[in-house]
Design a protein around this ligand. Structure first.
Ligand SMILES: NC(=O)c1ccc[n+]([C@@H]2O[C@H](COP(=O)([O-])OP(=O)(O)OC[C@H]3O[C@@H](n4cnc5c(N)ncnc54)[C@H](OP(=O)(O)O)[C@@H]3O)[C@@H](O)[C@H]2O)c1
Length: 257
């Protein structure tokens, strides 16, 4: 049986990923801070699907606790799939943000998933197969609608994921970036927002099921609420058009005085 390690499995998107991969006969390693919730989910999944489930309680902001997860990724049984999902939001603008809160957000949303992917990918390349799912956000593409650094952390996840996909895809490792829009989970309440005031919330089961359709299709970027694939194709074409100028050794004429 393949094994999936899911961070942030105690609630929301991560808990649904854990249920779905258990249903696909993956053994699981569940990671988050809330041991009781992880144990309850582990008991449910063992009973429902007969899979093996390990629980690791870890605060991924803490380097020593992050190391425990890094070490698990480097050990046996090997991890076939990493779901880099744990994350938090930080509401409010940049100018008034507490530097300590930003430090925690950067460690959780950027540093931890980077180091976990680093720990996982070597063995995947050696085996010639494996997968990494990176949970970004649509705000990666529309940062002007989400003041503060949260959108930038999610842009990092998108850029990181795409660069990694280009590097390790040819070596048999599939890397998917998932960009949810507003989804009904605890993230809003944890960040101090009233979820009832958030328009257009997607249900978390719908979000993950759609993301898994993208996973099965081996999409590099999956944006569940976008109806037409052509919208993404047009975006990529525009990006390619822009990049066509990057090789010029002289500034564009419009910048010449
Ligand atoms: N919901 C949305 O609207 C939305 C939209 C776009 C992207 N996302 C992304 O989706 C991912 C999952 O969020 P969610 O919406 O499912 O929210 P959620 O229900 O709040 O889940 C967040 C998960 O991360 C874990 N976590 C938080 N801080 C942690 C820490 N310091 N160490 C270890 N685990 C930690 C939480 O578990 P513990 O508290 O037990 O540690 C929980 O399992 C995040 O990366 C988020 O940025 C969400």
């Amino acid at each position: 049986m393949p094994t999936a390690l899911v961070t942030g499995a105690s609630s929301g998107i991560g808990a649904v990923y854990a249920r779905r991969f258990a249903a696909r006969a993956y053994d699981l390693v569940l990671v988050a801070r809330a041991t009781d919730r992880l144990n309850a989910l582990a008991t449910e999944l063992r009973a429902a699907y007969g899979v093996a489930v390990e629980v690791i309680t870890a605060d991924l902001i803490d380097p020593a606790q992050l190391d425990v997860v890094v070490n698990r990724l480097r050990s046996s049984p090997p991890i076939d799939l990493l779901v880099n999902n744990a994350g938090a939001a930080l509401l409010g603008g940049f100018a008034g943000a507490d530097p300590a809160d930003m430090d925690k957000l950067l460690r959780l949303n950027v540093q931890a998933p980077t180091l976990l992917a680093s720990a996982a990918v070597g063995a995947m390349i050696e085996r010639g197969h494996g997968a990494i799912i990176n949970i970004a956000s649509v705000v990666a593409l529309i940062p002007e609608y989400f003041p503060g650094i949260y959108a930038a952390t999610k842009s990092y996840m998108l850029t990181f994921s795409r660069g990694l996909a280009a590097e390790v895809g040819p070596k048999g490792v599939y890397v998917q970036a998932v960009l949810p829009a507003a989804t009904r989970t605890e993230i809003w309440g944890r960040a101090g927002a009233d979820i009832e005031q958030i328009p257009g919330l997607m249900e978390v089961d719908d979000l993950v099921d759609a993301a898994l359709v993208g996973f099965d299709r081996k999409e590099e970027v999956t944006i569940p609420p976008v109806p037409e694939a052509t919208a993404w194709d047009a975006f990529e074409q525009a990006r390619g058009g822009l990049a066509a100028g990057f090789g010029n050794s002289k500034p564009g004429a419009r910048y010449l005085g």
